[in-house]
Design a binder for this molecule. Sequence first.
Ligand code: CA
Length: 231
Amino acid sequence: MSKILIVEDEDAIADLERDYLELSDFQVEVCDNGDDGLARALEEDVDLVVLDLMLPGTDGFEVCRKIREKKDIPILMVSAKKDDIDKIRGLGLGADDYMTKPFSPSELVARVMAHLARYDRLVGAGVSKVQNDVVEIRGIRIDKTARRVFIDGVEKAFTTKEFDLLTYLAENPNRVFTKDELFREIWGMESIGDIATVTVHIKKIREKIEDDTANPKYIETIWGVGYRFKI
Ligand code: CA
């Protein structure tokens, strides 16, 4: 059962949110201030946070930022003011979704479910906490715990650096990395070595994951820049 933490100082709203989420079989905890909410989000095994913006003590902006420093669980922010939602977006705090009060409780439940499902899909956290840490994107399944890779259900052998490079790209999809960035990240050297190594490894990875290496559907070459993992 997924655990939802509601951080909300208005009792009536918190009660309504809790009732609807509990009816949908979620385990729900409520905190009425930012400090307690932050502490619980960080210390407890929470799957998703519904976070009000204006709170006594640490406000929602700060709570969101601090949770995001430590955890990648979905954060759904709510505010009474449309302007605040724009501000949250602008600050890039890492919230996954935003809702303006008043919202319908069923809309809240729908969004909570969608974000939990998306989170499970992306990082393989979810139903059971003992399961391996898995990254799954379309036909690729990377089991980080076992360091095994499956393409459409078929296991392929990867060297250590190929595995690290593929995993890093897949965990940061839709982001363009230069060869220098990838070299520093995976090989951990600032100046020694040759960034052509990256090109060679990308070629080997493609031979294992792509049906047609001339038209890669996973790792895209951004000419003159580097590479991007398409999601
Ligand atoms: Ca409030």
